[in-house]
Structure formats: structure tokens, C-alpha cells
Design a protein around this ligand. Sequence first.
Ligand SMILES: [Zn+2]
Length: 143
Amino acid sequence: MITSRDRYSARVDMKMINRMIDTFIISYTTCPTCGFDEFTQSGKNPDCPTCNGTGKIEIKTKRIIYGRISWPNLTDVIIGIVGTIDSGDAILYTAMTNRTHFNNLKTSGYIIIGSERYGIKSISTAGLGEADELAVLCSRQTE
Ligand SMILES: [Zn+2]
């Protein structure tokens, strides 16, 4: 029988790799060359070489966080993770203090694990005895 406490011990059985992880929040600013036209929702110059006519420039803000990564087998029973775990998904365990940052990453951002780019699928809490960590389900993205 699985009890509510089992979710806090399920992670112990998984092989973990500790590492620093690059995270990138994506935001946008108005093109400094041609500007952004609110009416057309595009650049004021459709041929602008700076923004390619979009009127917006992408800004990536990098932040390095510390965490442990696991790649679960689909046959593993992993309790306490919100959402469906698909082939190739990674689970990242990191400090609770990163919660706001990961909420922002889920909305508009990505992380790099190895050389692969991952998006955030869900954010759950995990811990031994009490919830003291975030369990972040990440899925590989193609750019
Ligand atoms: Zn422009």
C-alpha cells in the first residue's frame, strides 16, 4: 500500500547526479532600431535587420542553480511528481528557495542539462519526512 509519506522517500532509490545547471529566463524588449507598433503587433519597419520585423528583441537572463538530476525509467513508480513522465524526461531536485525562479522558467524560459535544452513541465515538492525540496519535471526541447 502506498501512503502519503512514500512520496518523500521515492527519490532515494533513483540514481542522482549533482551539478550546477544553467537556467535562462526569456523576456522581450522593444526593438531599439525601429520600435514596436502596438496596432500591428510587429516592428515599425518590417525589414528591420535588428528585429527581423518583429519589433521585439529577445533577452535571455542566465542564472546558475544547484540541483540533482535523474532520468527515470518509465517503469519506475515515482510518486509525488505532477504530470505525466514521458520518455527522455528528467527530474531536477533543487532548493525550495528556487520556487519563484522555476515558476518563471515554466512560464518563459528553459534550462540546459548537459548540452540539451529542457522546458519545465511541472513543479512539485519533495523531501525526506517533510517537503524541503522542489521536484521539477523537465522535458527535452528541440530549438
Ligand atoms: Zn526592429
